[in-house]
Design a protein around this ligand. Sequence first.
Ligand SMILES: [Zn+2]
Length: 431
Amino acid sequence: MRQAFRSSILHCLSDPGEAANSSAIEYFEDGLLVVEDGHVLQAGDAAVLLPQLPAETRAIDYRGKLIVPGFVDCHVHFPQLDIIASYGEQLLDWLHRYAYPAEARFADPDYAREVANVFVEQLLVNGTTTALVFGTVHPHSADAIFEAAAARDMRLIAGKVLMDCNCPAGLRDEAAGGIAESRALIERWHGKGRLGYAITPRFALTSTPSQLEAAGQLAAEYPDVWVHTHLAENRDEVDEIARRYPERSSYLDVYDHFGLLRERSVFAHCLHMSDSDRSSMAARGGAAAFCPTSNLFLGSGLFDLSAMRAAGVRCGLGTDVGGGTSLSLLRTASEAYKVLHLQEHTLPATRALYLATLGAAEALYLDDRIGNFLPGKEADFVVLDASGSDLAGRRVAAAGTVDEALFAMIMLGDDRHVSATYVRGRQPLSG
Ligand SMILES: [Zn+2]
């Protein structure tokens, strides 16, 4: 079936950078996005494309709104949905006080399924069509999130957590058992439809060296699966890693030593690291998830996007709920702008869009499938509507350029401004 969506259309062809390079984007004020069988046929000016459409094309009119590619969340914990916005602690205390008790409830598979469905619906409400997701230590947590995504035809990557030390007994696996469970989940889910598996050691303090080593061996066995973990989020955490691994040159070097730094490795946070770490991350094809709402909320630190991109590291935005405070990539991009301001850098609106779409797709090695509207890409997209709130509607109406309008939309926007979310050309049904 061929469909044509008429609206303003904006997408990125590459990273606009700090200078907001306009050749990195394409904008069609009165645009048409033509979709067939869930894939993009073409995006362009309506005046040019409309006369060429076959008569049976189904036309959907979104004029007055803005279509952008579906948002991609590079780091989020679905089991922490119900502890979002929990008061008061930095990372290591916060994990024990809030995150671990919440994750312990996932021993109940029915509860895991219920939260997974709510979580996936919340992603779509916020315009997020792809996410890289932490489960809990329970293998059925991964089953639950994959089932919820598959029911809506979403492109989603997830994994069961590996965690065999420094955590409550009920959330602890053991090195060999956790790896066997991960292997079974890879065989069950990886490459099934739009789903992908991520080997997911929580972070280097909650896995023994033998578990990290086994995780690296599993990654070597399955080169096309993802690796998903946390890196250098909090100073106390970094200090503890240095005490535990005095023979390693850095936190990143610990992961590298165990075979966990490679293409399709995604590291959340990456706040406290050196230029030589950034260079080796870039050279090895690892990627960073920039999680500004979480970094501010937990008082963790400021992500240095300029240094990361200068080193050539792939970067995308992550919400990191429940340490993060919103599932909205618009709100996340708004906080990213402020984090960069504090470091005397800036984040043009088009670069923020890049980090939430094409940049994130590059970080996940999915840019051949999603991230913009080049012909043949999967037709995942969001219809943004400034009039979702009176103030944003007024502000965007007064904007003189698309950059100004997009910037205002990012600063003021949230799920109220997502008019519709499409996954492979269709609006997924609830349930
Ligand atoms: Zn996280």
